[in-house]
Every structure is written in C-alpha cells, then in structure tokens.
Design a binder for this molecule. Structure first.
Ligand code: FES
Length: 188
C-alpha cells in the first residue's frame, strides 16, 4: 500500500472515490477557466474589425473614365494605389521583355487579371524606401521604361510596373484585385 504525506486538512472521500481536496482543486480550476473565457470573449469581440474598418480595408474603383494611356491615383488601406489603363503598345512593350533578365521576374500576365491585361493595378509605393513614383498620368515623368519613375533615388519601373533600374529591389506590389463588372474593381 502506498503511504500518503501527512496533512492537516481532513481527507473526505466521496462515494465515487474523489477526495475533498481534489474537489476543491477541480472547482478552482473550473472557475478560473470560466472566468478566463468570460474575459476572453469580450476581448476577442473587441479585437474583431468593425464594419467601417472592414469597409476601409477594400477600395472600389470605377474604371469607366480612365482612358487608355492614362491612369488614376486612388487610396487603398491609407496608401497610394495606381490604376493604370495600358495601351496596346505598352502591353507589347511589357511582353517583349525576357523575364529572365528581370531583377524581380514576372510577366504582365502574372501581374494582371485574366483577360484584363490592359488594367495594371499596383501600389503607388516605391519598393526602395517608400516614395510615391511619378508616371500615373502621361504628363508625368515615366522614366526610360515608360512605366514609373521614382524621384527620390531614381528607380525606374516599366509598363508592367517591374523594377528595371535604380535601387528598388522589387516590382511595385500588386494588391488583391477583383473585377466586379467590366468597368469596376474591388481592391482588397
Ligand atoms: S524611394 Fe524610390 S528610389 Fe528610393
């Protein structure tokens, strides 16, 4: 028979063999669990994004007024978003570049939606140190490759917004994009 340590607390044993001290421990742990849950539930519901935060996490853009060769600057999650309508010549120029020659290899098809190659939607944030590149409208400096030119340190992006020259390490980021109609997109 195994001997037990001597204790001051009387050891009452219930019908199913559980000792009184075990009961107290189980009750205390259960109470802590329920209390913890009670704290956790409001905390989690407080952490869930509210309806207006959810709305701000996506951006709707009407494409109908954006002429080929131009683009608009919108805002997505508080950052500039470039929505550019490429011409056939700009598409051909992007397609003619050997992907293996690129610093951050990707095709224009990789960076646009299926069947919507003329719509190049990227963040308007240079991947070097975060300046806003020029070139979203045709009257701005688009640099040597016809895409975007970053005035801060001279990074140059092509007509698929891929980095081609200068210190930026990566292409302009492509956010999640969904066409909600032929002339409207939801970003985010
Ligand atoms: S931030 Fe654009 S080149 Fe430096």
């Amino acid at each position: 028979m195994v001997s037990e340590a001597v204790s001051d607390t009387p050891e009452l044993v219930t019908e199913d063999g559980v000792r009184r001290r075990d009961f107290i421990n189980i009750a205390a742990i259960s109470a802590a669990g329920v209390g913890g849950l009670a704290v956790l539930v409001p905390l989690i519901s407080q952490m869930a994004p509210s309806a207006d935060v959810l709305a701000a996490s996506s951006t709707d853009v009407d494409l109908s007024a954006i002429a080929a060769g131009s683009g608009i600057k919108a805002v997505f999650r508080s950052q500039p978003l470039f929505v550019r309508h490429l011409t056939d010549a700009e598409i051909a120029k992007a397609d003619a570049v050997p992907v293996s020659s690129l610093r951050d290899p990707a095709t224009l098809d990789d960076r646009t939606q299926p069947g919507k190659k003329q719509w190049l939607i990227t963040m308007g944030v240079c991947t070097h140190l975060g300046c806003v590149p020029l070139g979203i409208t045709s009257d701005e400096n688009r640099g040597e490759f016809g895409g975007y030119f970053c005035p801060c340190h001279g990074s140059q992006y092509d007509t698929a917004a891929r980095i081609r020259k200068g210190p930026a390490p990566r292409n302009l980021e492509v956010p999640p994009v969904k066409f909600t109609s032929d002339t409207a997109i939801k970003v985010g």
